[in-house]
Design a protein around this ligand. Structure first.
Ligand code: UDP
Ligand code: MG
Length: 148
């Protein structure tokens, strides 16, 4: 089954949005397979965002991610990568639809509350980086009520 890496950024943790965000993924029917609150150091944040290292906002982005604890998660389910991106909403909150996490809870791109993997390949890379000791292998007893 497909997995994605979701991270609630420091602003989301500080603003008390952890429960709300977990709830949205849970209610959708996805399964939580990994969860930890952690503070990351600069080199780790730079590694996570290495594809963006040439962007003008890179340094500010790294400053943002290391500014407080983040909640790192692995969610599993059918099409969870693409659907997770829809639940999160567009990168710029001014373009995120109401009903999405960024549409409902964010104003600025540099304080957009949450990260989600953008492809299955990147999800695998990010899960390996953030959860080097692996995740928890379990299946919800609701499985047959969510999948036909
Ligand atoms: N970002 C920013 N300014 C920009 C574009 C992106 O500060 O002009 C930040 C924003 O927090 C975004 C992150 O960099 O979530 C990663 O950018 P990406 O294009 O990968 O967007 P995402 O995948 O998070 O929607
Ligand atoms: Mg991205």
């Amino acid at each position: 089954m497909e997995q994605t890496f979701i991270m609630i950024k420091p602003d989301g943790v500080q603003r008390g949005l952890v429960g709300e965000i977990i709830s949205r993924f849970e209610k959708k029917g996805f399964s939580l397979k990994g969860l930890k609150l952690m503070s990351v150091e600069r080199p780790f944040a730079e590694k996570h965002y290495e594809d963006l290292s040439s962007k003008p906002f890179f340094e500010g982005l790294v400053d943002y991610i290391i500014s407080g604890p983040v909640a790192a998660m692995v969610w599993e389910g059918k099409n969870v990568v693409a659907t997770g991106r829809k639940i999160i909403g567009a990168t710029k909150p001014s373009e995120s639809d109401p009903g999405t996490i960024r549409g409902d809870f964010a104003v600025e791109v540099g304080r957009n509350v949450i990260h989600g993997s953008d492809s299955v390949e990147n999800a695998k890379k990010e899960i390996a980086l953030w959860f080097p000791d692996g995740t928890v292998n379990w299946q919800s007893s609701l499985h047959s009520w969510i999948y036909e």
